[in-house]
Write a new protein. Structure first.
Length: 557
């Protein structure tokens, strides 16, 4: 991917100052450090674009590093999905894909030195006891009764922990810092725990694993990272990050941690824990369900990497948390697809229309542009016949005011075709309209004597004889509430109408489409051919509707 415009932000200002005043940083080196315990979501896309984008801007490097320090929740499936997500967004790590597990041996050796210097101790307190000893935000903690074990005893116990002599949870290794520190993260935090769990890379080689807050700064330093960029919830962890680097005597220049605001969006669930629950309890079909905010979900739905990068660029990088309107992401999708997506006529909810004065058995082929925004995309031929389908919503027996579509004795134009007039309707035994009968003006087609005659409404349609049945999945926001709240039962806020499945009719050109192809269905929105499509069945996802609420809000503003 070539370098794209990246808005100036406070992180760039810090980097610029470092490069100008601190000659120790010869090259900018960032990293994207996901934990392989789930699928990435749109919030991670912001971090990916920021870390890889900064490396591009400054001619530096960005590593992809999996922080695989908790084998109880990690899986190769997540590793592969993360790699695919980063590549889909248009970024490459070249030969710089690493794992925290690459450094388990080195981190262990550094930890032995930490113990020898009296900076770490083995603690036998239970988890509950440790919480009790920790203190509160207003009261200092109490030192563990095991804090003053000798160096020899700590080395012996830590070695036996490594050798698997003790069960899970029976002992931990803690850093010896300050139980009276106002920063709770500095009150002798746990840096190693016992876990008799098979690791997806190292197997059963280890039964002790470093904690994320300990392994992360050491991994950064071992890789030569200059700027460790993370989200705002790690701001209070920065003191421990810096302490670890100093206590372990990592060489200078040491990585600098910088925090930025995480991405929060309206109507979207951004907690990996909650997303996992949706998958495991069957509220969605999987991590790549097109309603999910996962990168795999939005990719399947039909979002483009260009639109996602544009979105991340527009929202910028801030120091304070805020809520981004999901309508902005929809706007970016529309802007990107407007000039790319071929136009196709598809009737979502079909209503039969018969043109009584059109010759029976006659078929003519009308010319339609594939994309008026991109003439180079050419034209196609669309079959027209006596029997058509139109949208049910495009007909009203008793039209309301300003209803400019089809109604008894009213005229409309059929897109790319003729002007028609409604003459009569047919109802079933329950009173539902099942058929509309019209007449057409043969001279109203392009080139005809009445081609310039104006009518207020223009409808899309498909020829009943040539139409292709398709399954259309209409997606809406998964969450009804504007913002998820940790205290709320988010399951109760799920939108029961987040998915509607229709049997629709599309023009014949859709038969040639491939999985992933994107279209604008005239007057309906942007759609994408889903991976569930087979030789016998075409399945289509709605990416986004045509109505752009975000652009409308900007005009008002």
């Amino acid at each position: 991917m070539s370098e794209e415009r990246i808005s100036s932000n406070f992180i760039q200002a810090i980097i610029d100052e470092d490069l100008k005043n601190d000659s120790v940083y010869k090259e900018i080196h960032t990293r994207f450090p996901p934990e392989p315990n789930g699928y990435l979501h749109i919030g991670h896309a912001k971090s990916i674009c920021l870390n890889f984008g900064l490396a591009l801007k400054y001619g530096g490097k960005c590593n992809l590093r999996f922080d695989d320090t908790n084998p109880t929740k990690e899986d190769v499936e997540y590793v592969e999905s993360i790699k695919q997500d980063v590549e889909w967004l248009g970024f490459t790590w070249d030969d710089r894909m690493f794992y925290a597990s690459n450094y388990f041996g080195k981190i262990y050796e550094l930890t032995l030195d930490l113990i020898r210097e009296g900076k770490a101790f083995v603690c036998d307190l239970t988890a509950d006891e440790m919480r009790e000893y920790r203190g509160t935000l207003t009261e200092p903690g109490k030192e563990s009764p095991y804090r003053n074990r000798s160096v020899e005893e700590n080395l012996d116990l830590f070695e036996r922990m490594k050798n698997g002599e003790f069960p899970n949870g029976s002992r931990v290794l803690r850093a010896k810092i300050d139980m009276a520190s106002p920063n709770m993260n500095m009150r002798d935090p746990v840096i190693y725990r016992i876990s008799h769990t098979t690791h997806h890379r190292t197997g059963d080689e280890w039964c002790i694993y470093p904690m994320y807050d300990y392994a992360h700064p050491l991994s950064d330093a071992l890789e030569g990272i200059t700027h460790s960029i993370c989200t705002l919830e790690f701001e209070d962890h920065r003191a421990l990050y810096d302490w670890t680097l100093e206590a372990c005597h990592m060489p200078k220049p040491q990585p600098k941690q910088i925090e930025f605001a995480r991405l929060n969006m309206t109507n979207l669930i951004m907690s990996k824990r909650k997303l996992r629950r949706l998958v495991e309890e069957g509220y969605v079909s999987g991590w790549d369900d097109p309603r999910m905010p996962t990168i795999s979900g939005i990719r399947r739905r039909g979002y483009t990497p260009e639109a996602v990068r544009d979105f991340c660029e527009r929202i910028g990088v801030a120091k304070a948390n805020s809520l981004v309107d999901s309508a902005l992401l929809d706007h970016c999708i529309r802007e990107d697809l407007n000039s790319k997506a071929a136009r196709v006529m598809t009737v979502l909810r079909p209503l039969k229309l018969v043109i009584d004065n059109y010759p029976e058995g006659q078929v003519e082929y009308l010319t339609a542009e594939n994309n008026p925004e991109s003439p180079e995309m050419g034209e196609r031929q669309v079959a027209f016949s006596r029997e058509l389908y139109i949208e049910q919503d495009d007909f009203m027996e008793e039209p309301v005011k300003k209803f400019f579509r089809l109604a008894p004795e009213k005229e409309v134009r059929l897109k790319h075709a003729y002007i028609i007039k409604c003459e009569s309707i047919v109802k079933d035994e329950d009173g539902n309209i099942v058929e509309v009968h019209c007449t057409y003006d043969p001279e109203s087609k392009t080139g005809g004597a009445n081609a310039g005659r104006k009518v207020k409404g223009t409808l899309h349609w498909v020829s009943a004889q040539h139409a292709v049945p398709v399954e259309v999945r209409l997606y809406d926001y998964l969450m009804l509430g504007e913002q998820e709240n940790e205290a709320d039962d988010f399951i109760a806020k799920l939108n029961p109408n987040s998915l509607e499945v229709l049997t629709s009719m599309a023009e014949a050109s859709i038969k040639d489409a491939k999985i992933g192809d994107k279209f604008q269905f005239l007057r309906q929105g942007y759609f994408c051919i889903d991976q569930d499509t087979t030789a016998d069945k075409i399945v289509i996802n709605r990416i986004v509707g045509l109505r752009d609420s975000w652009a409308k809000q900007q005009k008002k503003g």
